[in-house]
Design a protein around this ligand. Structure first.
Ligand SMILES: *Cc1c(COP(=O)(O)O)cnc(C)c1O
Length: 455
């Protein structure tokens, strides 16, 4: 009873909303309604703290005002904001996959801030095609007959199956019934597309005969799926795309290839988009923001009559990409007019091709700037491409390793860097904090140094 009544006494000392509001007035441009909400929320937290006797901070007018202001600031700051990628993983899905080149971002900004020729033909002054120009660019870069662009690769595969395989069977190897991050599961996408999955082969071995035996009058397509995020090794065999397209043609069904990370540049024997087209696939699907280094979208390439069916399908309208995505994609594709230019300008390609010697020198430049009390040292690291791309490829990279001293742990350091205004996302390895320089802009070194200085 005694605590109850003393709680009541403390509760009565809490400031009123108006007093707190007056205390925070001026010096910021936070709307009044947001401030009032934040003050109410802070006061109700304070009340809960008093009744449960878990006081988190001072309940004076100034204390409450300071807390409410921090809360109001967080309510007016976007939750989606830039971070510094110190993980060394260029296509980190959680960090937004491929960053855009400056000239691409500049073009997106222009399109965003003004009217554009999105569906207007500047030659005739009449209504124009929304994606015709970009589709032409795609076909000339890849050798495909026709192209179609949707929101992401999951949408691309769903549209292809819905438009070309509905109410019929799709034959897939048991070794390729994969799940890609974020719940894209091949069997589920097939059923969502209105088709029936016909599994063939085993998890480690599937042969040409397996596909041949599976084809019947019910079959619409043979689907090959790039096992993007894992690899089966050992006693294995799979049917390569060229052979699969031959079987499909011979048996008069379609061949569809979900390439996942479609790349125009070859990486250690991974199939390129151009190769998949040359191999004769009727339809290929891939992401715009994995190895291609463009915006989040799904690109479908293939024969003109098949692509026409996709454009005419009702799902296409629901899945079509918006103008900012299209602007970024087109500006990125223009860089691929010259492959060497793309390799030196598309940020994700630059990061993936960065050589270890140059990375070591880059890490040394960061190391030099860091305060000596951090006991930082250079260390060799291995990273991956990310985004489910190139699963078997390890990339040698370099990092600055900070070994915490005193009673500060690596976890605390990691949290501290993550809570700065431009969060720095680093990883911990063997109780060291690693700042891998592969994906860090050198212009961010000063910011990182300042953030580390306070540790
Ligand atoms: C990444 C991936 C997808 C999904 O692509 P999103 O662009 O993320 O929708 C589908 N299939 C494969 C094989 C992939 O690697």
């Amino acid at each position: 009873m005694k605590t109850m009544s003393s709680n009541h006494a403390i509760l009565r000392t809490l400031p009123r909303v108006d007093d707190v509001l007056q205390c925070i007035a001026g010096g910021h441009d936070i709307p009044r309604t947001v401030l009032v909400d934040a003050i109410r929320e802070t006061l109700s937290e304070a009340r809960a703290e008093i009744t449960t006797q878990k006081i988190m901070s001072e309940h004076t007018l100034q204390g409450i005002a300071a807390r409410a202001l921090v809360l109001a600031h967080s309510k007016t700051t976007p939750t989606l904001r830039p971070v510094i990628n110190a993980t060394g993983i260029p296509l980190h899905t959680n960090l937004g996959r491929a960053p855009m080149a400056e000239q691409v971002a500049e073009h997106v900004k222009q399109i965003a801030q003004s009217y554009s020729s999105l569906e207007y033909d500047l030659q005739t002054g009449k209504r124009g095609s929304r994606t015709g120009g970009i589709e032409q660019l795609l076909t000339s870069l890849t050798g495909a007959q026709a192209a179609c662009i949707v929101n992401n690769n999951a949408a691309a595969v769903l549209l292809a199956l819905s438009a070309l395989c509905q109410n019929r069977e799709v034959v897939v190897s048991r070794g390729e019934l994969v799940e890609i991050g974020g719940s894209f599961r091949v069997p589920d996408v097939i059923s969502q597309g209105g088709a029936t999955l016909h599994e063939v082969g085993t998890s480690n071995k599937t042969h040409a005969q397996d596909y041949r035996h599976a084809v019947s009058h019910l079959t619409a397509a043979l689907l090959k799926v790039h096992t993007s995020n894992y690899k089966i090794t050992g006693f294995t065999s799979e049917v390569e795309m060229r052979e699969l397209t031959n079987i499909a043609r011979e048996m008069n069904v379609l061949s569809i290839y979900d390439l996942g990370s479609g790349s125009f540049v070859s990486f250690a024997g991974e199939p390129t988009v151009q190769q998949a087209i040359a191999d004769g696939a009727d339809i290929i699907c891939f992401s715009g923001d994995k190895l291609l280094g463009g915006s989040q979208c799904g690109i479908i390439l293939g024969g003109a009559e098949h692509i026409a069916k996709l454009h005419a399908h009702p799902l296409y309208r629901a899945l079509r990409a918006d103008k900012l995505t299209l602007a970024a994609l087109e500006a990125t594709l223009l860089m691929y007019r010259d492959i060497d230019h793309a390799k030196s300008q598309v940020p994700s390609l630059v990061m993936l091709h960065a050589c270890p010697t140059a990375l070591k020198e880059k890490a040394a430049r960061l190391h030099e700037k860091l305060p000596p009390h951090l006991n930082a040292e250079l260390t060799k690291t291995t990273t991956q491409a990310g985004g489910g791309s190139l699963p078997m490829m390890d990339f040698d990279s370099w990092a600055v390793a900070i070994r915490p001293s005193g009673n500060c742990t690596a976890t605390q350091l990691e949290e501290q860097l993550r809570s700065t205004s431009i969060p720095i996302i680093a990883r911990i390895q063997k109780n060291q904090l690693l700042l891998d320089v592969r994906c860090i802009n050198e212009s961010d070194f000063a910011y990182i140094t300042a953030a580390c200085d306070g540790m």
